[in-house]
Design a protein around this ligand. Structure first.
Ligand SMILES: Nc1ncnc2c1ncn2[C@@H]1O[C@H](COP(=O)(O)OP(=O)(O)OP(=O)(O)O)[C@@H](O)[C@H]1O
Ligand SMILES: [Mg+2]
Length: 364
């Protein structure tokens, strides 16, 4: 269990700066998830926390102790990789106990520690098997077990479930959530999977090109993104960004906007900080699930969309409306009927669900 602090951490490979000054601070027992596009520096940052990669400048502290130049084995950290990296000639028990053996822990004690970890991970029936006789999910559990037996202060996971099929991912995701609840260690977890990030994280760190874009609890990022990038990155299918024109200011500093592509002549949306200056051209952010099929709440306003394609996924359907030179607009479709391609449909949106963005990025 440990606090983790990164202060202005930078990393260059040759003349290219990959991590561009990252400041982060996490408390004991947090489950931190790093997300961001491929190549943004997630693994590099994780490897620097582990000590597998030297920082170019800045400092890393664990429990208030500067470990920036501490050997990886002395940081109290265990890392689980996407490739399980098990020794093929060793049994599960030997794989899990190998680190302890190297550390000179006597055999009896070693067995006890390994068995306790095997119990947590439901690996008892497999202790005498070799990795080749295990499923992918079982191998991943052995890799996690190898981390657990070291009793680290901090667990680091780099896309640990990405080699598993969809069903197994769901099971292992729950296992990891349970593991965190059971042992309460600080965990830092890299993933590309939206659902893993939303469900596992106490806080999500959104990275882009070596910068932190926003840090926050999953629902905080979902409901209150700071900018277009975070708004578009968190949530699937992603938030729609619809061009709008500022036509005036209303009560309490609300923005009066027209949104031609939705057939809206004027609509009042509250900016985040009431009195801010607003540009003439604005993007309105609307999530697909915020298109409603009725005006039940009494606060919604009608919109008109051309339906180009519908997708029925079983539990939910999506309507796609093509926009000139842009991504399609995506709206959730909850009515039982399926609209004809090319027809116009009427839906409703609630202004309080709509977010305002400056086209250059910042949330307004
Ligand atoms: N040893 C290295 N030498 C030079 N460049 C490197 C090295 N390791 C990583 N990079 C570069 O640093 C950038 C960040 O890589 P990193 O592996 O951290 O990305 P990532 O966010 O984990 O991506 P992914 O989601 O694809 O795993 C990439 O552009 C990568 O090519
Ligand atoms: Mg990576």
């Amino acid at each position: 269990m440990a606090e983790l602090k990164l202060s202005n951490v930078r990393k260059s490979f040759g003349s290219t700066e990959i991590i561009k000054g990252v400041d982060l601070r996490f408390g004991t027992g947090e489950f931190v998830v790093f997300v961001g596009p491929s190549g943004c520096g997630k693994s590099t940052l994780l490897r620097m926390i582990a000590g597998l990669e030297q920082v170019s400048s800045g400092a890393i502290e664990i429990d208030g102790i500067d470990v920036t130049n501490t050997d990886p084995s002395r940081r109290g950290i265990a890392m689980v990789f996407q490739s399980y990296a098990l020794y093929p000639h060793m049994t599960v028990e030997e794989n899990m106990g190998f680190g302890l053996e190297m550390a000179g822990i006597p055999k009896g004690e070693r067995q006890q520690i390994v068995r306790r970890a095997a119990e947590i991970l439901h690996l008892e029936p497999y202790l005498q098997r070799k990795p080749k006789a295990l499923s992918g999910g079982q191998r991943q559990r052995v890799a996690i077990g190898r981390a657990i037996v070291r009793n680290p202060k901090i667990f680091l996971f780099d896309e640990p479930l990405s080699n598993l099929d969809a069903e197994l991912r769901v099971r292992m995701r729950l296992e990891i959530a349970k593991l965190h609840a059971t042992i309460g260690a600080t965990m830092v977890y890299v993933t590309h999977d939206q659902v893993e990030a939303m469900t596992l994280a106490s806080r999500i760190v959104v990275l882009r090109a070596g910068h932190v874009e926003q840090v926050g609890a999953p629902m905080e990022l979902y409901a209150n993104p700071d900018n277009l990038f975070v708004a578009g990155f968190i949530g699937s299918p992603k938030m729609n960004f619809v061009p709008a024109t500022l036509v005036g200011r209303g009560a309490n500093g609300s923005a009066l906007v027209s949104i031609p592509s939705l057939g809206i002549a004027e609509m009042a949306i509250a900016p985040r900080n009431g009195a801010a200056d607003l540009p003439a051209g604005i993007l309105v952010g609307i999530r697909p699930e915020h298109f409603r099929s009725d005006n039940a709440a009494g606060t919604t306003i009608p919109v008109s969309l051309r339906c180009d394609v519908t997708e029925q996924l079983g539990n939910v359907s999506y309507l796609y409306s093509q926009r000139d030179g842009d991504d399609s607009l995506i709206a959730e479709w909850r009515r039982p009927d399926r609209p004809q391609a090319g027809s116009r449909v009427s839906l409703w949106i609630d202004p309080s669900d709509c977010l305002l963005f400056d086209p250059t990025g910042p949330r307004l």
